[in-house]
Structure formats: structure tokens, C-alpha cells
Ligand binder design. Structure first.
Ligand code: MOS
Length: 758
């Protein structure tokens, strides 16, 4: 039986919420806990024997540690140990032991593994002390000496060293080509040939990366970790240190944002475990904001795009090449150029993707990895083509509309993008847009309107879900899923409540514990299609078994009834044809003399059906900018984002996902970039003062539209396709295109800072 784990404090809807249906706008049920401080995060768990670890960060980008002087640090009152590669506990040495579930090909980084330095900011020691203050002070006294080697961190100066990724990550689809893109481009009457560049970005979730390892008398470790998957962290710790799965439990019931940074376990986790193993105590390690710039980032990317068209706007050639950084340790890959072969009808498409290894940490998936940069470049190129053709940018997209993915040569399982264009344009007022740049002005500001298309995968993975109906009428549904702020608690509870016909407050969905039924990492906007479908499936099974029990009751009013004859509502089962013939769920369990009934469901995608289709979510983004040319200042004053993502289950959290993602897009467009001082191979602006993210004053009107779609290929159970990452895709391009419309200046790099407009 999967029981409620009290420590997880899974939230439920407030009393009085009542019946819910998919598509309704329900406020998030974890909201209150999160804003009142009741929700506990990884760094907020405590144990009486807790020791505090503070990480010492390395200062060179490449080389070897020759010596570490720890005497001064060890002399500080309260310091228990200074752990380095020389005195750390045993860890497994082979690469495979350190590959987490999302690791790319190569040799994963392991903290304190050896004297070798791979990047600036690499953890080189962990100071463990009775108090955080002692550990922090002592960390400043650790002296590290290095043999320094020459490093390379400049992508744009190393493009000639680009290579095809040596090995592919499982599940990664390398780009393919169709027809002859080069020949078709050269023969095309109208052509665009441009280069684009996107700088490094960092995730910067509000919650710091932290791991609190609570060690029990018998050595069992309960780890509260900041991660997008408790089971991924559990697997990583078990394999890396040779601990069995019942010696380690990982929990993450609340996560304060992650955006992809928690897809892989970060180095504070193995460090905290090492501390606990060495001291045989509980240990907490929390990274500083600066240190959160030292474990993976959205990679710097260069693109060249060539588009060819007939004078009427028909696309004749699409040729998109990208070169992106990776580390020397691993070949990080992301889907950057493939989207350019899925967006528009075209018979000659050439796609190329290469990486350059440098001496920074391995890049890491960040919200809509690949698409955020790839579609930015492609959709700016489409805008450039529209001006070459003297054609409205939306008309150009409609001219090349396709219901088939050209590169895959398969129809989309569903694609209401045309409706996104229509509803988005109408809401925005696009038809009033003058074609010529610099035609609109308001006071000191030039006004411009731009648009772009967005696309993202409609992914489904596998999951196990348990649903337990208790004799008191409460339903507990469990899966080791994660809620990184996306609304998982809310949407899963809604699905279960609707399926069982229970008032939502009688349902608890518990997640965030590695011992719960298997769930995938929360990533790729796939939790609803995967875990949500599992919740639906488990409830369907539960309904069947409860009905069976009900039919067997003496003088049952439901005798001989089958599932299709009855309805589950308000905690009862009743005949559709005669609602007066009913049995309370509690009555069914009481009559059978059981405390609870459990059903488990194993959710797998419909592979055979899915294979015949291309599967994606789509969007149309319209935006208005106001540009003060004297100051180079850009304000994004209006965004309309129209989304086609299958059935929307939880209207409010889904809309919040999209408006939040649009904020990210504006931030990517105008603010976010981590600069490297190549002399030192180090990120310079590793703090919120200098790494700019959009603040309230940068955000104006954001309007989200969900167009109607129902996709039973992607999700047989729910018709959903998943929503979240699609919201950022295309936003930076729409902003860039609006800036061109306002000013006539074409910006092909992000972020579009004032200096680029002056
Ligand atoms: Mo998302 S980058 O799959 O967390």
C-alpha cells in the first residue's frame, strides 16, 4: 500500500472547493503553503546532529591542484573537517557510476574526485563545521595552489574547431535534411543569409541549490535535495557511492523554481553525502548565488540561416546551421536546428549542428532548451525574408503553412496553429499594422509590432501511479513526480478529483519522494501527459474495482451495473438513468470491511500510434515594443501569446506557465547574458546585480490565449499535449522583429541591450 508520508506535507485544496472539471481555473493548492513559509525547501530541514558544509570554489579554468593548505581553516573554532580530493570518502571511479538519468555522452564531472581542474569555479574543498558561520569563515582561509594550463572559453573564436557531437545522448534526434537545400537556396529568386548569436544564460531560480542529508542511527540517509527528480538524485547517490536503494531516500516536496537547472543533480548533493559519510552526521550544503553560476548554463550558440523563396513568398530552401559550446567532459547536445525543418512547408531543407568543446562546465538544459535559441534565429530570419518580399510577416507564415512536418514527412497529431495565428492576430489588432518600419510613433518612442511562431515537443514518458481510496472517503494519489512551481500538485489533484467524482478537497496528490511509484524527471513539459495520464488511469482502475465491490453488496441498488452505466459524483456511485439508485463510496468500503482500496497504473505512451505522427505544441506570439532611440531603451508593452497545446487541464496554472514563460522570453530578449572574462575563463556577472533578469517594471501586458485542441494520439487519456516551455519559444524573435518594425534596425543577437541600438 502506498501510504501518505507525513513529512512531505502534501497540500490539498481548501474545504469548499467542491467538484472540479478539466479546463477550470483553480488556484494552486500549494500556494498558501508557499507564501506563508509553511512549505519547506531543501535547505530548511534540520536534525540535532546537523553539520554545515561550505564549498570552496576554484579560481582557475584549467590545470591541476598542486597543494591545498587547510591548517588555518582547521584552526577555526567549530570546524570539523576540510574535505578535499585527498581525504574524501570513497567514491566509485568509473564514468557510468556518475551518469545521472539525463547525463549527456561523456565523462560526468565529479566534485573532489582528483586534482584535475576542468573549469573556473569548480568546487575544490568542502569545509564542514558545527555552525554555518564557522564553515563560511574557514572556507575563506583554505589556500589552494595550482599548476595552471592554458584554457579556451571563446566560442566565436573557436568556430573552426566545431565537430559533430561524438556520441549522442539517448533520445536525442540528430538533425536530418531533405532535398538539396544548398542548390535550392542558390537557385531561389529571393534570399536571406544572416548570422545570429545567443550568449550564455543562467537559470537563476529563486531557491538556492541545497542538499540536507539527514543521517539515521543505522546510517540510512534521507536527503532533502533541490532537484527536478527525487529518483534521479537517489539513483545518482546510490551509484556514485555504492549505496543500495534502501540506504538512501531523496525528497523534494517543494522546489523553488528550477527551469532545467535541477534536471541533473548538482555538486552540492555528492558533497553533502560525502560530508555525512565522513562525519557520520547529518550535513547540509547550500550553494551561494555566485556558486549557482558554476554548474551548467544555456549554451552560447552561433547560427547561420539561409532562406530562399519565390517572389510570391513560397519557401524554396531552408538552410540552418548552428554551432554551440559544450565542455571537454561531455558532449552536451540540444535540439536547436530541427525545429526549422518542422515549421514550414518546404521541399529542400538542410540542417547542420556542431559543437565546440571549451573549458567551462557542461551546458545544461534551460527552459525550452534548443528551441529558445534555434527558433529565435529561424523566426528572425523569416521576418527578414518577409521584408525582402515586401510581405506581411504573418501572411508569409500562412503562405507556407503545413499540417505535415516536412523533415519527418509525417502529419502532425494535431496542429491548430492556424487558429493561434487567427485568434492571436485578432486580439492583438495585427491587421492595423503598417508594412513599413518606422511608421508608428508615440511621444519620444518609436512603436513597432512583431510576431513569431513557436514550437515545442509534445512529449510523453512512462510513469507509475498509485491511487488509494480510504474508508473515510479520502483519495490519496501518489507518484514520485515533482512540482517545480509548475502546478503539479494542483493539476494532478484536479485530474483525480474529476475522475473519481470527488470534491477536490478530499483528494491528496503526493509527490517528491524517491520511494513513491516511479515518475520521470519533471522536464520537457511532459508531466501532465505522463503523470497526469497515469493519475487518470489509476483512478479508472479504482472506479472499476470500487464499482465491483458496490455491485456485490446485499440488495445493491447498483447490482449488475457496469462502469458505463454509472457515474461517480459527490463521493457516491449512481446510475446514469436513475441517480436515486446510489451508493456512497464510504459505504462500499465499510460494507466490504476494508480500510482502503488501492489500484496501481503503469502509464506508457501509445508508441505504435505515435510513430505515425509528428507531435508538437505550437504558438503564435505577437508583441509591441516602444523604443527610445536616444537612450537605446526598449519596452515590451504588449504581448499576445496564443497557444495550441492539446486540452488544457488546469486553466489557471497553465496560463501562469505561459505568462511566466513570456516574462522569460522578454528577459532573454532584452536582459539576460552571462559574460565571460576570457583571460580568466570565468563568468564575471555571477550575481543579480549584474546578471539582469526582467523585473516587474520590465513587464507590461501579457495576454494568453489557449486555442481549442484535443490530441488523443499524444494522450489517449487526457487529450493534453503539455504546456510550459512553449511559452518562451518565439518571444525573443517577436521582440527582435518588433524592434526592426519600430526602428529599421535589425538585431540578430540576444540580449538586445541598449548599446546595440545606439
Ligand atoms: Mo525543462 S529545461 O525540461 O526543466
Amino acid at each position: 500500500m502506498t501510504d501518505l508520508i507525513p513529512e512531505l506535507r502534501a497540500p490539498s485544496a481548501p474545504a469548499g472547493t467542491g467538484r472540479v472539471k478539466s479546463g477550470m481555473a483553480v488556484s494552486r493548492i500549494d500556494g498558501r503553503a508557499k507564501v506563508t513559509g509553511e512549505a519547506q525547501y531543501a535547505a530548511e530541514y534540520f536534525a540535532p546532529d546537523l553539520a554545515y558544509g561550505v564549498v570552496v570554489s576554484g579560481t582557475v579554468a584549467k590545470g591541476r591542484i598542486t597543494s591545498i593548505d587547510t591548517a588555518e581553516a582547521l584552526a577555526v573554532a567549530g570546524v570539523l573537517s576540510v574535505m578535499t580530493h585527498e581525504n574524501r570518502p570513497k567514491m566509485r571511479s568509473f564514468d557510468l557510476a556518475w551518469k545521472d538519468m539525463t547525463a549527456p555522452a561523456g565523462s560526468p564531472f565529479r566534485p573532489l574526485f582528483s586534482d584535475e581542474i576542468f573549469y573556473s569555479g569548480q568546487p575544490v574543498a568542502l569545509v564542514l563545521a558545527e555552525t554555518f558561520e564557522s564553515a563560511r569563515y574557514a572556507a575563506t582561509l583554505v589556500r589552494v595552489h595550482y599548476d595552471v594550463d592554458a584554457h579556451e572559453t571563446n566560442l566565436l573564436e573557436s568556430l573552426d574547431q566545431a565537430y559533430e557531437p561524438r556520441k549522442m545522448k539517448a533520445g536525442f534526434v540528430p538533425p536530418s535534411s531533405i532535398g538539396d537545400g544548398k542548390k535550392a537556396f542558390e537557385a531561389a529568386e529571393v534570399r536571406v543569409d544572416s548570422q545570429y548569436y545567443n550568449g550564455v544564460e543562467h537559470h537563476n531560480p529563486m531557491e538556492m541549490f541545497a542538499s540536507t542529508v539527514i543521517r539515521a542511527e543505522n546510517g540510512h540517509l534521507t536527503i532533502y535535495d533541490k532537484t527536478q527528480s527525487s529518483q534521479n538524485s537517489r539513483w545518482y547517490v546510490s551509484h556514485g557511492f555504492g549505496l543500495s536503494s534502501d540506504e538512501v531516500t531523496v525528497r523534494n516536496p517543494y522546489v523553488g523554481g528550477a527551469f532545467g537547472s535541477g534536471l541533473r543533480p548538482q555538486y552540492q548533493l555528492p558533497l553533502a553525502v560525502m560530508g555525512a559519510l565522513q562525519l557520520e552526521r547529518s550535513v547540509r550544503v547550500v550553494l551561494t548565488r555566485q556558486q549557482m553560476f558554476s554548474f551548467g548554463h544555456r549554451p552560447e550558440t552561433w547560427h547561420r540561416i539561409r532562406l530562399g523563396a519565390a517572389p510570391d513568398g513560397t519557401l524554396k530552401a531552408i538552410w540552418h546551421e548552428a554551432i554551440q559550446e559544450t565542455s571537454r567532459l561531455e558532449d552536451y547536445v540540444e535540439v536547436i536546428v530541427n525545429w526549422s525543418g518542422q515549421l514550414y512547408a518546404c521541399s529542400d531543407i538542410k540542417l547542420g549542428y556542431q559543437v565546440v568543446a571549451n573549458d567551462r562546465f557542461t551546458p545544461l538544459d534551460m527552459r525550452a532548451p534548443g528551441a529558445a535559441h534555434g527558433v529565435h534565429a529561424m523566426e528572425v530570419a523569416m521576418d527578414e525574408l518577409a521584408y525582402e518580399l515586401k510581405m506581411d510577416p504573418l501572411a508569409l507564415r500562412l503562405k507556407n503553412y503545413t499540417d505535415v512536418s516536412p523533415i519527418e514527412d509525417k502529419p502532425f497529431s494535431s496542429k491548430e496553429l492556424r487558429e493561434c495565428y487567427r485568434q492571436g492576430a485578432e486580439r492583438f489588432g495585427w491587421e492595423k499594422r503598417p508594412l513599413e518600419p518606422r511608421s508608428m510613433q508615440d511621444g519620444d518612442e518609436l512603436v513597432g509590432w512583431g510576431m513569431a511562431t513557436g514550437i515545442w515537443d509534445a512529449m510523453v514518458m512512462v510513469a507509475r501511479v498509485s491511487a488509494v481510496l480510504h474508508s473515510n472517503g479520502r483519495l490519496v494519489v501518489s507518484s514520485a513526480a515533482t512540482d517545480i512551481g509548475t502546478g503539479t500538485y494542483t493539476v494532478m489533484s484536479m485530474i483525480a478529483a474529476e475522475a473519481m467524482g470527488l470534491p477536490m478537497e478530499l483528494v491528496t496528490f503526493q509527490l517528491g519522494d524517491s520511494t513513491l511509484p516511479m515518475a520521470p524527471i519533471e522536464g520537457g513539459s511532459s508531466h501532465v501527459t505522463t503523470v497526469g495520464s497515469g493519475v487518470f488511469g489509476a483512478c479508472e482502475k479504482l472506479k472499476k474495482s470500487v464499482l465491483k465491490m458496490a455491485t456485490k453488496m446485499t440488495d445493491s441498488p447498483l447490482a449488475k451495473a457496469r462502469l458505463r452505466d454509472v457515474e461517480f459524483g459527490d463521493g457516491a456511485i449512481f446510475l446514469k438513468t436513475d441517480p436515486s439508485r446510489r451508493v456512497e463510496l464510504t459505504q462500499v468500503l465499510a460494507n466490504a470491511g476494508v480500510d482502503q482500496v488501492e489500484e496501481k497504473y503503469f502509464m506508457t505512451p501509445q508508441m505504435l500510434k505515435q510513430r505515425k505522427y509528428a507531435r508538437a505544441v505550437h504558438s503564435a506570439v505577437f508583441c509591441e515594443v516602444r523604443v527610445n532611440e536616444k537612450l537605446g531603451m526598449v519596452r515590451v508593452t504588449r504581448v499576445v501569446s496564443a497557444i495550441a497545446a492539446g486540452r488544457i487541464i488546469s486553466a489557471k496554472t497553465a496560463a501562469s506557465q505561459i505568462s511566466g514563460a513570456v516574462v522569460w522570453g522578454i528577459s532573454q530578449a532584452l536582459h539576460e547574458e552571462t559574460h565571460t572574462d576570457h583571460k580568466y575563463g570565468r563568468f564575471m556577472n555571477h550575481n543579480f546585480a549584474e546578471y539582469h533578469v526582467a523585473a516587474n517594471a520590465d513587464i507590461h501586458d501579457i495576454d494568453v490565449i489557449f486555442v481549442e485542441e484535443d490530441d488523443r494520439i499524444v494522450s489517449k487519456q487526457l487529450g493534453a499535449k503539455g504546456v510550459g516551455e512553449i511559452g518562451i519559444v518565439g518571444v525573443a524573435a517577436a521582440v527582435s522583429n518588433a524592434i526592426f518594425h519600430a526602428t529599421g534596425t535589425r538585431l540578430r543577437t540576444t540580449p538586445m541591450t541598449p548599446a546595440k541600438l545606439l
